[in-house]
Design a protein around this ligand. Structure first.
Ligand SMILES: Cc1ncc(COP(=O)(O)O)c(C=O)c1O
Length: 437
C-alpha cells in the first residue's frame, strides 16, 4: 500500500475513505466511473498557498486557473475562499462570473482570444494579458467601440526551461506564447500601448509551464520579469502594478516524487521582487499567481469498476475498468503517471503485475501500465489518485462514452456536482440533414 496523503484514510473494512466517506459506498450510491472531490482539501491547499506568499509580500492575489477544473462547484469553493480567477475562454469567464468572482478579480490568458471573448472581458473590467501586437490592436479597437479603457498586461516569453513534459513547458523561446523578450518585442509592446487611448497598462505576465517540481525556473522567471519591469519604468516611465507569475507548481504523482512547497517558491520569487524593487526604487507591485494543479490536483480521485481480467502467461494481466482515456486523458496524452489502488482492498499487498485499461478501442486507452495491485477480481473498485486537475476538464466523449459524474464530499456529506452524461446529452447537438430524413 502506498503512503496515502493526509486527506485519505482506510476504514476497518480495508476501504478507502475520502471526505469522511467510504469510497466503496460512494461508488454504489452514485455509480462508476465517478470523480470524487474533497472540498476540505481544496480549501486547505488554497489557504496554504495564499499564506505562503502573503506572509512574504504585502499585496498578493491568487487567481485560480479554471482550466485545471472548471466545474462550477469547485470554482465556487475557491470563490468562497476569496480566490480570483485565471480564465482562458468565454465559458470559463462566464463560469467565474456566475459563481460570484467579480471581473476585476480575473485575468484572461491565451494566445487566441476572439472578439466576443475580448468584448466580454473588457465589459467586465477583466485584466487581459495580451499575447501579440495584433491582439493589442484588437483590444484597443474593441475598447474604443465599447467606450471603455481596457485593463491590460503583456504576456512575455521569459525563455525559461522547465523540466516537465514538452507539451506543458510553455516558457521556452520557441513556444507560441507571449512577446519575445530577447529581440526587444516585449519592450516595444509597452511603448506601443502607451500611445493608445483605450488601453490602460497594468501588468506583466509569464508562465513557465505546468507540473514543475523545482524552484529554479520560478526564480529565473521572476528575475526576467523584474528586469523588464525596471526597463519599462526607466525607458517609458510606466509603473507596472501587477506582476503575474502564472501557475505551474506541480504535485507528486508517483510514490517517491519530490514535492515542491509553495513556501519555497514564495521565498525565492519574493526575494527577487523585493531586491529589484529596492535597488531600482520601484513602486511595490501586486503579486499575482495563477495556480491550478496545486490547488485541486490531489483533491480528487476517480473510481472505476473492474469488469474483466485477462491473464496472459509471462505478461502483465490486463485489467479492464469502466473509465478510459475518455474519462482521464493524461496517461494517453502525456504518458502521465497516476497512482492506482483497489479501493476495496486497501489493506492487501500489491503484488501482482497488471496493466489497467479502459473500454475504448485503441491501445492508448490505458490508465496505468506495469502496476502492482492485490489479486484483482471482477467487481473490485479501482481508485485512480490525483485526478483533480486536468482530469474531468479534459475528459471527452471518444467512442460516444458519456463523461463521468462528479461528487463533492465534505465531512461525511456527498452531493453530485456534475451529472453523468446520458444518450440525450451526447446526441443533443447532432442533426440529420433534411435530405436524409
Ligand atoms: C497562463 C496559465 N496560467 C496558469 C496555469 C495553471 O497551471 P498549473 O495548473 O500548472 O498551476 C496555466 C496552465 O497551463 C497557464 O497556461
Amino acid at each position: 500500500m502506498l503512503m496515502l496523503k493526509e486527506h485519505f484514510s482506510v476504514n476497518s473494512q480495508g476501504h478507502l475513505v475520502i471526505g469522511g466517506l467510504d469510497a466503496v459506498e460512494l461508488a454504489e450510491r452514485f455509480g462508476t466511473p465517478l470523480y470524487v472531490a474533497d472540498e476540505q482539501r481544496i480549501r486547505e491547499r488554497y489557504r496554504r498557498f495564499l499564506r505562503a506568499f502573503a506572509e512574504r509580500w504585502p499585496d498578493v492575489r491568487v487567481h485560480y486557473a479554471l482550466k485545471a477544473n472548471s466545474n462550477m462547484a469547485v470554482v465556487k469553493v475557491l470563490q468562497s475562499e476569496g480566490a480570483g480567477a485565471d480564465v482562458s475562454s468565454e465559458i470559463e469567464l462566464r463560469i467565474a462570473l456566475n459563481v460570484g468572482i467579480p471581473g476585476d478579480r480575473m485575468v484572461f490568458n491565451g494566445n487566441y482570444k476572439n472578439s466576443r471573448e475580448l468584448e466580454l472581458a473588457i465589459s467586465n473590467d477583466v485584466l487581459i494579458n495580451v499575447d501579440s501586437f495584433q491582439e493589442l490592436e484588437a483590444v484597443d479597437r474593441i475598447a474604443r467601440r465599447l467606450g471603455k479603457r481596457a485593463r491590460i498586461g503583456f504576456r512575455i516569453n521569459p525563455d525559461v526551461r522547465a523540466d516537465t513534459h514538452p507539451y506543458i513547458a510553455v516558457g521556452l523561446r520557441e513556444s507560441k506564447f507571449g512577446f519575445d523578450v530577447a529581440s526587444g518585442q516585449a519592450l516595444a509592446a509597452y511603448a506601443r500601448a502607451k500611445g493608445m487611448s483605450s488601453v490602460e497598462i497594468f501588468g506583466i505576465h509569464a508562465n513557465v509551464g505546468s507540473q514543475i517540481l523545482d524552484v529554479a525556473p520560478f526564480e529565473e522567471e521572476a528575475e526576467k520579469i523584474m528586469a523588464l519591469v525596471s526597463e519599462v519604468k526607466e525607458k517609458f516611465d510606466i509603473d507596472i502594478r501587477f506582476v503575474d507569475l502564472g501557475g505551474g507548481i506541480g504535485i507528486p504523482y508517483k510514490p517517491g516524487d519530490r514535492e515542491l512547497h509553495p513556501e519555497e517558491v514564495a521565498e525565492k520569487v519574493v526575494g527577487v521582487i523585493s531586491r529589484v524593487v529596492r535597488e531600482k526604487g520601484l513602486e511595490r507591485p501586486t503579486l499575482l499567481l495563477e495556480p491550478g494543479r496545486y490547488l485541486v490536483g490531489d483533491s480528487c480521485v476517480l473510481l472505476a469498476r473492474v469488469g474483466y481480467i485477462k491473464e496472459r502467461p509471462g505478461m502483465p494481466t490486463w485489467v479492464a475498468v469502466d473509465a478510459g482515456m475518455n474519462a482521464l486523458m493524461r496517461p494517453a496524452l502525456y504518458g502521465a503517471y497516476h497512482h492506482i489502488e483497489l479501493a476495496n482492498k486497501m489493506n492487501q499487498k500489491n503484488e501482482f503485475l497488471v496493466n489497467v485499461a479502459g473500454p475504448l478501442c485503441e491501445s492508448g486507452d490505458f490508465l496505468g501500465k506495469d502496476r502492482k495491485l492485490p489479486v484483482v477480481e471482477q467487481g473490485d473498485l479501482a481508485v485512480i489518485f490525483d485526478v483533480g486537475a486536468y482530469g474531468l476538464a479534459m475528459a471527452c466523449q471518444h467512442t460516444a462514452q458519456p463523461r463521468p459524474a462528479m461528487v463533492l464530499v465534505n465531512g461525511g456529506r456527498a452531493e453530485i456536482v456534475r451529472k453523468r452524461e446520458t444518450y440525450d446529452d451526447l446526441t443533443r447537438l447532432d442533426q440529420i440533414p433534411s435530405w436524409l430524413k
